[in-house]
Design a protein around this ligand. Structure first.
Ligand SMILES: [Zn+2]
Length: 323
């Protein structure tokens, strides 16, 4: 049974912010799309998910569409409209040199710089630095581009597909089958003890001292709540109760949505980390979490998830309001 969550997210997750209007009616109106292209702005995304930015990664640097192409390219994806401007996305084939991430960015990867000195950064790194409009546009751009890059052939007959509806669907060139952008649901759960401890775990491939809350993909035929209980049992060997919903955030790496829950467990039950998946799991006192949050999310012995992740908002929410 689902319980009422005992705390709330600290804030709307960084990538759940969006203001642009998704104008579905425009997507199948070629004349209107052509007009929207001519006065539009284009968010370019390279094959590593990076886009040009300005002001130390706090703002996107879209191109006026006229600079990109006089006529609307077939591959142009209509993201939405904001303040009388249509925003589009296009994959970019560019060569970039590695550079450092901007201050405040959280990323496993650095950014990149173009021959003309433009900085390019990825969504994971700068998602939390952007304003609401830019965060929503970049998230949608990355999600749509990732879908097209991984769905180029018909799942039924194997022929190539062509983009339709300004990138919001594809049609098979062989059998005519239509396909729409896929999203894989994944649950993420903050497990606490009902008092002052939270359960965090780390994967073997993560940098030393980095810990987060538990997450996993929803399986076919499974409810979200059943997935929460199964994933936690599989990953650390404990049973949870009082599963409650917190919020969600798109996570287009390449095509997930993270659905956040909280649950309670007995901190005296033995933890059994899943072989190869969880290197270490431990209960951590609220004071240690609060200390890490006060110093930008890390101390010498604990690195919390970055500010772009819903995990960070969940941990901050729990730390601030108590269980
Ligand atoms: Zn087909």
């Amino acid at each position: 049974m689902t319980a009422r969550a005992p705390f709330q997210l600290a804030a709307l997750p960084a990538l759940s912010r969006a203001t642009a209007v998704r104008d579905e009616s425009a997507r199948k109106d070629p004349d209107r799309l052509d007009r929207l292209w001519k006065s539009g702005q284009v968010i370019l995304v390279d094959r590593h998910g990076r886009t040009p930015v300005r002001d130390a990664g706090t703002a996107l640097l879209p191109r006026p569409s006229a600079e990109v192409a006089a006529e609307r390219p077939d591959a142009a994806l209509l993201l939405g409209e904001e303040a009388d401007t249509a925003y589009w996305a296009l994959p970019a084939d560019v060569e970039l040199r590695p550079t450092n991430a901007p201050p405040g960015a959280w990323s496993l990867w650095g950014g990149a710089i173009s021959d003309t000195g433009e900085e390019w950064h990825d969504l994971r790194g700068i998602g939390a630095l952007l304003d609401d409009t830019a965060a929503g546009l970049f998230t949608t751009a990355v999600g749509l581009i990732n879908w097209h890059a991984r769905s180029r052939f018909c799942a039924k007959c194997g022929h190539p597909v062509a983009p339709t509806a300004a990138g919001w669907s594809t049609k098979c060139t062989g059998c005519g089958r239509e396909e729409y952008p896929r999203t894989d649901p994944a649950v993420i759960c903050l497990v606490h003890d009902g008092a002052d401890q939270v359960l965090l775990a780390r994967q073997p491939i993560w940098p030393e001292h980095r810990y987060s809350i538990l997450a996993g993909f929803v399986e076919t035929g499974e409810s979200l709540e059943a997935c929460v209980a199964r994933e936690i049992a599989e990953e650390v060997g404990i049973q949870v109760t009082d599963i409650g919903y917190l919020g969600s955030q798109p996570w287009p790496f390449p095509r997930s949505i993270m659905i956040g829950f909280t649950a309670t467990a007995d901190p005296t039950a033995p933890l059994v980390p899943a072989d190869g998946e969880i290197e270490h799991a431990r209960w951590i006192h609220r004071a240690e979490i609060t200390a890490a949050l006060a110093t930008g999310g890390q101390t010498p012995t604990l690195i919390l998830p970055g500010e772009t992740s819903i995990a960070r908002q969940m941990i901050e929410g729990w730390a601030a309001t108590g269980a």
